[in-house]
Design a binder for this molecule. Sequence first.
Ligand SMILES: *Cc1c(COP(=O)(O)O)cnc(C)c1O
Length: 429
Amino acid sequence: MNTTKSQELYKRGQRHMVGAVNSPVRAFQSVGGTPIFIDHGQGAYVTDVDGNTYVDLVQSYGPMILGHGHPKVLEAVSQAITKGFSFGASTEAEVELAEIICDAFPGMDMVRLVNSGTEAVFSAIRLARAFKGKNKIIKFDGCYHGHADSLLVAAGSGVATLSLPGSSGVPEEAVKNTLIATYNSLDSVKQHIAANEDIAAVIIEPIAGNMGVVLPQDNFLKDLKILCEQHNILLIIDEVMTGFRSTFGGAQEVLGVEADITCLGKVIGGGFPVGAYGARREIMEMVAPLGPMYQAGTLSGNPIAVASGIATLKALRGTNPYQLFNELGKNISNTLLEEARKNKIDLTVNRFGAMLNPFFNANEINNFDDAKQCNTDQFAKFFWLMMEEGVFIPPSQYEAWFLSIAIGSTELDKLKIAISNSFKKLTNP
Ligand SMILES: *Cc1c(COP(=O)(O)O)cnc(C)c1O
């Protein structure tokens, strides 16, 4: 694999960009080597600046659920851009996107658009505190909710990859109201509730995706919701990753639980910066201009980004690919397990709809402590073998692989061969 141009750009980029990236996981730090620079993407594939083409399972970490350059989205964006870029006043498209989102989430009467998942989540936390008049929040070890100060404790994703305890620069005061519970342990939540009066909200990834994919067991989410109701606590379900990924709507629907406040991002922008938070009317009426909780944004509801979001959601509604994602995920998962077994490599695969990931560990992975037991050295080797085989997977044991509707039988065959070859070379280098 020739990566000369990527290496040159990496060197040049490091002079004026931190680590030559604008988001840490892109730096390939946990797998070593030089990060690739992408030239373009089309359908299921991305091509780097040296002309290497890969089947793409990174999908920009989730938004590109239709694959790259989907014609319907391209058309919508091209049309929107001819009308102007941003106005500082509402547009019809924003009304339409809000309608589509609220239709898909039974618990959402109103929604506010923002520019990222991070923004959606920290606004949702502010809203929960405003609504309940309480200060503390509970989050789960290994769940990532963006990079706001109060949530950068025991977070997964890039934070897990870099083994930072949280982040430097976050004052103790910013996290003193954040309590950490263990994913899949209702008892750990109960203990916090018993010891603290002042809890406004519990925030959770309904299917965790930022410590690798970790599923809630049994009725964990339903029980959590009941517990929250009993103690006058709001349940914030962070669906930035899971929204519109396993069904047209939220993981909430699949799991049979309804959030008090829902956070969205990723898919709802189709590759452009869009986030959102929404709730029932009584809660959302706390937000300015209707209520006393302030939250604003110069580019919020940007017409180009919203056009991309609408076109993406309409294409998803039209094709309804969710059953297909399930089968595709099962197929890839079976191949991974089969090839690992053949080569005597310990592997566990967790999957849910259009997201999955292999853990280099024989045991069940049900929380962040489980995930941390994985063989990350083996993962790093596997990552580069897959790259050589022409498959781009996230450069971290703690990131989910994402499926898109662009992955057809040709790509599935390529994936299977790549997985088979990579496991073989892993045991017999
Ligand atoms: C990606 C992600 C975020 C942060 O979204 P950004 O757009 O990167 O700010 C928050 N929560 C979850 C669950 C995510 O997966």
